[in-house]
Design a protein around this ligand. Structure first.
Ligand SMILES: [Zn+2]
Length: 335
């Protein structure tokens, strides 16, 4: 794909930094685009790679017509190597194959570009991280590496020290909301703002949330957890279908649990009086009610229960059972 910088929303600092290094002919050998998921790291990497090899760049933009631009557009540039995680992260065989390719000079371009995505996922495997480090320590000539990684991931300091770090920041919520409404003309502004707020300025995450349509179930379950009295037969009878419904989310369950974490954090912040702009602003009165219903200690216990449920799900424990236990824990300790 050929991505002009002008089509990227936000990230002006990163774009200015990269394009001015290019214009001054002061390119580093490795960059790390670091920031939350869904803010445009891969787009910035692709745009920069295309600019570097464009035959007739116009200031900070690709020409769109030269052979290099055409090959970028067709996704078929022989000197653009894109390495994405296979499964849970980049595999050692991918890094070895890359190192083999890097022993040869670029096919036709002045620079060969290597894009390595989601490297924070790779850091859990020391053998992969060390192999990558070796490539960064001895960068082949005419090769530029552009790594991207999630801010919350733990990227090895040895890797960080060998890259120029380019921070990417969350986008303004109004901008994310506008983009969502551009994608879907039927999306109401209030709804778009809710997605933007919950995704905390990550357009990618907001789009995923909208596609997965998890907000109606989130409201239903949060309503029940807040309103239902603790310890009564009716409540017990409601928890089982609630758990079954959430369990049916399968691969979307993790996103759903993240929504519950955001809700509980908002209630906790409201209760402590530390802030008046909750992320889950669409929940309105339910946040107030939650803050009256549970003590600070109870809310912290609930966040702990959510973490525990996540760990159990990662160990493939029975999904419905984990959620039943979780929902009883989220109901508990009402004042
Ligand atoms: Zn061009």
């Amino acid at each position: 794909m050929l991505i002009p910088f002008s089509t990227i929303i936000g990230q002006q600092w990163a774009i200015n930094f990269l394009t001015s290094s290019f214009n001054k002919d002061k390119l580093g050998h490795a960059y790390l685009l670091k920031g939350p998921s869904g803010v445009g790291k891969k787009m910035v990497a692709h745009a920069f790679a295309a600019l570097i090899n464009c035959a007739h760049p116009q200031d900070i933009e690709v020409c769109g017509h030269c052979p290099s631009c055409k090959k970028f557009a067709s996704g078929n540039h022989p000197d653009l190597l894109v390495i994405e995680p296979e499964g849970a992260g980049i595999k050692i065989k991918q890094i070895r194959a890359l190192q083999q390719q890097l022993t040869f000079p670029p096919f036709e371009a002045k620079s060969r570009l290597v894009l390595l995505a989601d490297i924070h996922e790779t850091m859990r495997r020391p053998e992969v991280a060390n192999a990558l480090l070796k490539t960064l320590e001895e960068p082949p000539k005419h090769t530029l590496l552009i790594l991207s990684g999630n801010e919350s991931g733990t990227i090895l300091p040895t890797i960080l020290s060998r890259c120029q770090i380019i921070p990417l920041i969350p986008l303004p919520l109004a901008e994310v909301s506008r983009m969502l409404m551009n994608d879907d003309a039927e999306l109401a502004e209030k709804q778009a703002m809710t997605y933007a707020a919950i995704s905390e300025g990550s357009l990618g995450r907001a789009r995923t949330l909208q596609k997965k349509n998890l907000l109606p179930l989130r409201r239903t379950i949060i309503e029940q957890l807040t309103i239902l009295p603790e310890d009564c037969t009716e409540t017990v009878q409601q928890v089982f279908p609630m758990a079954a419904e959430a369990a049916a989310l399968k691969e979307n369950l993790d996103d759903f649990l993240n929504l519950l974490t955001t809700w509980l954090r908002d209630v906790l912040v409201l209760r402590s009086g530390a802030g008046s702009h909750p992320i889950s602003h669409d929940l309105g009165d339910l946040l107030e009610q939650g803050s009256r219903c549970w003590s600070q200690h109870a809310l912290q216990n609930k966040l702990h229960s959510l973490d525990q449920a996540r760990r159990q799900l990662a160990r493939h424990c029975n999904r419905t059972l984990v959620l039943e236990v979780l929902f009883f824990a989220l109901l508990a300790e009402k004042c």
